[in-house]
Design a protein around this ligand. Structure first.
Ligand code: GDD
Ligand code: MN
Length: 409
């Protein structure tokens, strides 16, 4: 793979590229004026995908700036809006009704930034795609640089980067900077092919269509670029610096839940990148890891309740054991409902809760049987047998949670 950091020289390349296309475009086509208009629509040089959610105040400006940046170079813009309550999709539809270059897709069944971008790719007609945020935190005028970079030989991905020379971030709190750097560090561990890339989580990038077309991408949350870098086949990657500016209008949609989904996505991408997906489905591996994490903390809950009940409340130890077990079951239910499984919303939560209890109580029986079997049957020492029985019961509980407790109808 070839990594080049591009800055000034590229801008020159970009403008010659623009110039060349301009000439192509304006070459008179004798008597088929309407056909040439159709041609222009059929073969844009770039499809620009803009995911939007509540961007009414920004969308018109970003669309104008994108179109202006390319001058006469034919580009198309695909806005993918998730049925924004502020009517972003409607505004685009109305304002660009007569403009062939701008289309809007209104999604009502699905949501999420990464899948919106993929939806845009599906609808796009050009041989190269670019992605840019609607909120003007990414500079539309740099799109021409991304396109110029892709036009270099052996270059399949052009990434707008905040972390190469000339790139920057305006007004980020120390906290957000640290989170960003930390996330990039984790991403590099999960995705070895992102090792040399300074901004693998950029939302501002361009890619050759044939790199992503037909590839089954399974992104979660925000990080579509990372998924592409991990899953697709591509040649050179080039980073183009840009300055990530503040939002003037509206607010970021990135919330705590997105951080969580990011970590999950990273785990899944990691399983695939390291070639472990031959042995386990990536999302299942992540669920298993989360289940173990919740369960490990559940053991602490158990121990704390057991201790409090016996030491402070003077409860008989067997009764304390039952209380501690039930407390841990509550913890595990809450943790796994929130974190691990997909919160089946077609099942009443009370029914999930009861089924989780059935699974857990049966799990306790599994534990007891294994313990007895290891000690009496196999002559294993009690300490080791205990750990083995815990492991066995955990597998039971995981499978039961997956296929009984948190299963949607
Ligand atoms: N269709 C759709 N659906 N669009 C969405 C959704 C969604 O669920 N959530 C956000 N968007 C759109 C926003 O309207 C905006 O155009 C763009 O996606 C980015 O969303 P922000 O909420 O502004 O993200 P951010 O500024 O915190 O983060 C951006 O910058 C990071 C650093 O470059 C994103 O581009 C990140 O992907 C990127 O890592
Ligand atoms: Mn933003």
């Amino acid at each position: 793979m070839d990594f080049t950091h591009l800055s000034a020289p590229l801008t020159a390349a970009a403008s010659t590229a623009v110039q060349r296309d301009k000439d192509d475009e304006t070459t008179p086509q004798p008597d088929e004026t309407s056909a040439s208009a159709a041609d222009r629509r059929a073969t844009p040089a770039l499809s620009i995908v803009i995911p939007t959610y509540n961007e009414r105040k920004n969308i018109e400006r970003v669309l104008e700036q994108c179109l202006d940046a390319f001058g006469d170079t034919p580009v198309e813009i695909v806005v993918v809006d998730d049925d924004s309550p502020d009517g972003t999709w409607e505004l685009v539809q109305q304002s660009y009704r007569d403009d062939d270059h701008v289309r809007v897709i209104r999604r009502t069944e699905e949501s999420g930034l990464a899948t919106a971008v993929l939806r845009g790719f599906e609808a796009a007609d050009a041989e190269r795609y670019a992605v840019i945020d609607a909120d003007l935190q990414h500079p539309p005028e740099r799109l021409t640089d991304l396109l110029a970079a892709l036009r270099q030989p052996n270059t399949d991905v052009a990434i707008g980067s905040r972390y190469v020379d000339g790139g920057d971030i305006e007004n980020w709190s120390r906290r957000r900077q640290i989170v960003s750097k930390g996330a990039i560090g984790l991403a590099k561990v999960a995705v070895p092919s992102a090792w040399n890339i300074s901004d693998p989580m950029s939302g501002f990038f361009a890619v050759e269509a044939d790199v992503v077309d037909g590839v089954d991408l399974q992104p979660r949350g925000y990080k579509i670029l990372l998924e592409i870098l991990a899953t697709c086949d591509y040649d050179g990657v080039v980073e183009v610096p840009y300055v990530f500016t503040d939002r003037d209008y509206g607010e970021s949609n990135l919330d705590g839940e997105q951080y969580l989904r990011f970590l999950e996505h990273l785990g899944m991408v990691g399983v695939t990148s390291w070639g472990l997906d031959d042995y386990v489905e990536p999302d299942r591996a992540v669920r298993a890891a989360e289940f173990c994490g919740v369960g490990a903390l559940g053991v602490l809950v158990n121990a704390a309740v057991f201790w409090a009940a016996t030491e402070h409340l003077g409860v008989f130890y067997l009764v304390a054991g039952v209380l501690a077990f039930l407390a841990a079951v509550q913890w595990n239910f809450a943790g796994n409902w929130f974190l691990t499984f997909d919160r089946p919303d077609d099942q009443p939560i009370l029914s999930q809760w009861s089924r989780f209890h059935v699974v857990s109580i049966a799990g306790f029986l599994v534990y007891s049987l294994l313990l007895a079997g290891f000690v009496d049957g196999l002559g294993v020492s009690a300490q080791v047998a205990n750990l083995g029985a815990i492991a066995g019961a955990s597998v039971w509980n995981f499978l039961g949670s997956e296929s009984v407790a948190f299963k949607s109808a």
